[in-house]
Design a protein. Structure first.
Length: 129
């Protein structure tokens, strides 16, 4: 997404309309397969079953609130930064998101839920009746 945003800035600076349209589609596409669904997918990977509903009820509003903030800030940033450079803060946000993902999100491949949640101090509840 950050790379697409860089090309989006280039399309504005050099007035390349076709590149801007392509970047808009690519930005939406990369968000749809990247940062967009992560709150919905990762919850079941890192939380025990007993906490998934609670974690989802926090993650979904945070996700929508983030979308709302972007929509509300875009016109303000467009005026303040001029249209040519309005996507630079989004580039920085995406770079920070990638770095924080590598640092904070645990690798779950080949690990049990007990192993993953032990790092958070959560106890996985037994699924036995």
């Amino acid at each position: 997404m950050a790379t697409v945003a860089v090309f989006y800035v280039i399309s504005y600076v050099y007035d390349i309309s076709v590149l801007g349209v392509i970047c808009t589609f690519m930005f939406v596409l990369t968000f749809a397969v990247g940062l967009g669904p992560i709150p919905f997918i990762i919850i079941s990977e890192i939380f025990p079953t007993a906490y998934v509903a609670t974690a989802s009820s926090v993650a979904v509003p945070v996700n929508w609130l983030s979308n709302f903030v972007v929509v509300q800030l875009f016109p303000i940033m467009s005026l303040a930064l001029t249209e040519n450079y309005v996507f630079i803060p989004f580039i920085a946000t995406n770079v920070v998101a990638v770095v924080l993902t590598f640092i904070l999100v645990p690798e779950t491949k080949g690990r049990t839920i007990e192993d993953i949640t032990s790092g958070y101090g959560l106890q996985a509840e037994s699924d036995t009746i």
